[in-house]
Design a protein around this ligand. Sequence first.
Ligand SMILES: Cc1cc2nc3c(=O)[nH]c(=O)nc-3n(C[C@H](O)[C@H](O)[C@H](O)COP(=O)(O)OP(=O)(O)OC[C@H]3O[C@@H](n4cnc5c(N)ncnc54)[C@H](O)[C@@H]3O)c2cc1C
Length: 427
Amino acid sequence: MTTLLRSGHRAQHRVVLLGGGYVTLHAYAGLMRHAGRSVRSGAVQVVVISADDAHSFHGFTGEVLAGLLPYDRTRTPLAQAMPHAHVVVGRAVAIDAERRVVRYEQDGETGVRVLDYDDLVVGTGGREPASTVPGLAEHGFTLRAPGDIEVLADRVREAASLRGRRRHAVVVAGGGMAGVEMAAAVADLGGAHIRVELVHAGDELLPELCDSQPRLVDRAAHELKRLGVRVRLGVRLTSVSADHAYLSDGTCLPADTVIATIGQRPVQVPGLDAHRDPRGRLVTRPDLSVDDHVWAAGDAACVAHPTRGEPVPANALWAIKGGDHVGRNLARSMRGRSTRAFAYRGLGQAASFGFGRSISELYGIPFTGWLAWTLRVTFFLRFMPSRRKAAQVVGDLARVARRGRVPNPAVAPAPVTVADVTRSRTA
Ligand SMILES: Cc1cc2nc3c(=O)[nH]c(=O)nc-3n(C[C@H](O)[C@H](O)[C@H](O)COP(=O)(O)OP(=O)(O)OC[C@H]3O[C@@H](n4cnc5c(N)ncnc54)[C@H](O)[C@@H]3O)c2cc1C
């Protein structure tokens, strides 16, 4: 392995990838496709600095919480996914674009290290803005930081297996795709033992779909009702205590577990400040460069849609396609060729409500039920970073199809209860 020290042996060209998510994996894949020989020969060195040592495949988080898939299936070690990269587990703490160096803290070591780069790709993603809701960071659960999902999955599974007289109360804040899926998954697993309330600030669930696909939004509301999830629209989560969630209409809900899916803020590594939009995202040029020799994509970036001009959505598909494009442009620029503008136009979106139940939108065409579920799973399998894990997921789901879902013997089957979709207004 080539040394990373500035004074040591230095590859002709060093590409540093910040983050271990979709952008990084796909920038690496794009680079390997178009300049793999140079990477393998050592002429180009790829260094990944990531706060997490594995890639998290968020798409199957609902299946993990619902007990349909083991948590491990969604995790692929970075060293395995990017065998020709040098992976450093740690946090980037500053970027100096003028001197082309990144400063980082390596896990298990003291002090700040310095690494110079020829090209830098920022794929540090986003985190829930937990500090905006008092008590949330201390008492609630988020989903994006390393380890978040494992801790939450353990908590939910334990709650579902407890056969106390009182139902475990879960409040999910945020009625976008992630919130709707998490509420459905917890209700699906918990059945009679967990009560789930979904709190959403907007007037309708799924703001991503409510204008273009109102029937899919209705279907999502129906699925939540089937699972016994109570939905409160037009209210915000204002604070959280050890056992309650407080809402903007004055309601105080008993809450053993609060799950926050309240959007995300980009992770900002200090530096490049002149290139950020008001939300802190790195504004990219058409070829996804931010500045000379700095590139960005995914949730940390503000990428303009090639035809509509508005920022593309912060989801995995756009991070994947953005990462791929960066990898390809990196290869072109290293060869002295002109870079290409990002021209991807999108595909669709999907949410799951348990085994065999989904809503999907593909090129504007709505799908529901088994077909939607199959489309969604097929698409996710295609983009899983590990073929082995994808095959294991197929095996897991086939087992669920054969034997039914038995994630935890102590859990009773989910009852179909009547839930009110309550339109709650600020008093
Ligand atoms: C629960 C959940 C479910 C989702 N479901 C879907 C779905 O079904 N479909 C879909 O399209 N999208 C989904 N998303 C959104 C999708 O996961 C994100 O849009 C996508 O992960 C963004 O990719 P990214 O590469 O920009 O960031 P990420 O994948 O979040 O990766 C960021 C990486 O940067 C690392 N990092 C952060 N700070 C630093 C630092 N200072 N130094 C070094 N490394 C750092 C992180 O540890 C992580 O490895 C979901 C998200 C969540 C949370």
